[in-house]
Unconditional design. Structure first.
Length: 178
């Protein structure tokens, strides 16, 4: 049983080990830009290529404002992306737990369940002539390392947006999602 478990773990880790070998350049390019969409329906949008932010107002029309991240903030985002191997994530990321692992009742096996409503995320990163897209519907209860690290990146970007003076001046939505 232990040898089967070890073989299963090795099979699950192979893609991550191979992906880590595909190193991303450490030096930031001059044209690093990010389009980041988040929230229910991914309706909040930061676009660093044109310095704009669109806030979902739920029941009212969205508000678009000028919002630019500093070079230091963009470098911090890029460094976090490299740290978590963001550029090796699949374009369509799914955090649906592996039911097989849950059925084996292994320690730290994922819990099966879904969030409602759930947030969706979309990234389009341009850097040095390369483009990376990632789409993720964060609807499954999952605390895997990949999910935790992606959530850390998302929190970093959202904190930068929400702490900006331009964002703080925006009104709060008059509704919410159920």
């Amino acid at each position: 049983m232990k040898s089967k478990l070890l073989a299963l773990i090795c099979i699950l880790l192979i893609p991550f080990v191979l992906g880590a070998c595909n190193a991303y350049p450490k030096e930031p390019s001059q044209d690093f830009t990010l389009e980041f969409r988040y929230g229910v329906g991914a309706k909040n949008i930061l676009d660093t290529s044109n310095g704009k932010y669109k806030k979902d107002m739920v029941v009212e029309e969205s508000i678009i404002i000028d919002l630019e991240l500093s070079k230091e903030q963009l470098a911090e985002i890029r460094e976090k992306m490299i740290e978590i191997h963001f550029f090796n994530y699949p374009d369509e990321f799914s955090s649906k737990p592996n039911i097989l692992l849950s059925l084996l009742r292994l320690p730290n096996a994922p819990t099966i369940g879904e969030y409602e409503p759930f947030s969706s995320y979309y990234f389009m990163v341009r850097d040095g002539g390369r483009t990376k897209q990632l789409h993720w519907d964060d609807k499954y209860i999952n605390d895997s390392l990949e999910v935790q690290q992606l959530r850390e990146l998302i929190q970093l970007i959202e904190d930068m947006i929400h702490s900006s003076p331009e964002y703080k001046e925006l009104p709060e939505p008059r509704g919410g999602y159920l």
